[in-house]
Design a protein around this ligand. Structure first.
Ligand code: PLP
Length: 376
């Protein structure tokens, strides 16, 4: 988890001393500046800061006009919000298996496309890029929107380009567990000004009188309040400046550990990019080996990570919304939705795989020592 220090503390103090904490009261304030700096860092046209990664996904789906009757292809291994956001806009998620990199399997993806499919949400899990080349090509062939969920891969690159900038839209999360944080927060990235306008509208209640929102009455629709506040914006500006060096520390440590474990014959899982990896996963031949390895310090078996495994997505598997009348399954092509047996290949991979923490804040000599112990 990303660390906060004196610089973030001072940045928040300055905001508190200077007046309004609401971004709409302070044009050119920390949230506006953070959005510009994030766009610069990611190399995309526009960004929008929002209150969470989930809010980013919902606003992006609304911007792309996804809704009732539509199907959105989502991997079976992701934080529950990737699939939950789809239901919140009235569409239904169709679960897709993962491949040996632990990201969406493009063969299974292609086989699950139906006339109702409207979008794909590839999720770059554990700082691991999806096979974007194949995904973008499938999306073009079938005229599907691509909304990248880069919530767990903020600042990570694929073929040198920042994840979240390949699809129609990309989403980041800044909750406590992500590569940078302000407690809770998120962002949308896009190169399409019309989608950005719609996302702004969606995250700010559809308030056409705001300077930064559209004033075209035909474009305005009812939105939510998913705004970020100025204290969060100020923290994120500092965190963004630290992001690349944090990622560099992660890749260095992953390299050290992958070398040690690789030499010792451990089965390091592949990645869809040849660049430096910021993530380390071992996929064993048997479940038992993974269970035993997960007892070592710094290792975790992926099957044991609760709401990241689709069989643990309680309200999605039971199809329970806040009110029975707004259950998108009622008007979907598959009224039964996914069940516990929908993606057996995913469960098998997760049962046999362990991830090892990249430990960016642990000094390298200690990482070398821990790697030798892990590989022993
Ligand atoms: C964290 C996360 C989210 C949601 O982010 P929140 O900020 O917690 O709402 C979405 N997708 C994935 C893959 C995540 O890891």
């Amino acid at each position: 988890m990303a660390r906060l220090g004196m610089r973030e503390w001072m940045a928040v103090g300055r905001v508190m001393a200077n007046g309004p904490l609401t971004r709409t009261e302070r044009p050119g304030g920390p949230c506006d500046r953070f959005e510009d700096e994030l766009a610069q860092f990611a190399g995309c046209q526009g960004t929008l800061a929002v209150s969470s990664g989930t809010a980013a996904l919902i606003s992006a789906l609304q911007a792309c006009e996804i809704g009732p009757g539509d199907e959105v292809l989502v991997p079976a291994y992701t934080w529950m919000a990737s699939a939950g956001a789809v239901l919140h806009v009235g569409a239904v998620p169709v679960l897709v298996e993962i491949d040996t990199t632990l990201t969406i399997d493009t063969t299974d993806l292609a086989s699950k496309i139906t006339p109702r499919s409207r979008a794909i949400i590839p999720v770059h899990m554990l700082n691991r890029p999806c096979d974007l080349e194949s995904i973008l090509s499938i999306a073009r062939t079938h005229d599907l929107k691509v909304i990248e969920d880069a919530c767990q891969a903020v600042g990570i690159r694929y073929q040198g380009q920042v994840l979240g900038t390949f699809g129609d839209m990309g989403t980041f999360s800044f909750n406590q567990h992500k590569n940078m944080t302000c407690g809770e927060g998120g962002a949308i990235l896009t190169n399409d000004p019309d989608l950005l306008t719609r996302a702004r509208n969606a995250h700010d209640m559809g308030l056409g009188f705001r300077q930064s929102n559209t004033t075209d009455p035909d474009e305005i629709f009812l939105g939510n309040n998913f705004r970020l506040n100025e204290m969060q914006g100020a923290i994120l500006r500092v965190q963004l400046r630290k992001l690349q060096s944090r990622i560099d520390r992660m890749t260095r440590r992953v390299e050290v550990m992958a070398d040690q474990l690789g030499w010792a014959g451990y089965p390091v899982a592949p990645l869809h990019d040849d660049g430096p990896a910021a993530s380390l996963v071992l996929t064993f031949d048997t479940e038992l080996e993974a269970v035993q390895f997960s007892e070592r310090r710094g290792a975790r078996r992926l099957f044991d990570t609760s709401k990241h495994v689709y069989t643990e997505w309680g309200p999605i598997l039971t199809r329970k919304m806040a009110h029975p009348g707004i259950t998108p399954w009622a008007w979907a092509g598959h009224p039964n939705g996914p069940g516990p047996d929908s993606c057996p290949k995913t469960l098998d991979l997760l049962k046999r795989s362990c991830t090892i923490n990249a430990m960016p804040d642990v000094p390298l000599p200690i990482v070398r020592y821990l790697a030798r112990k892990l590989a022993a």
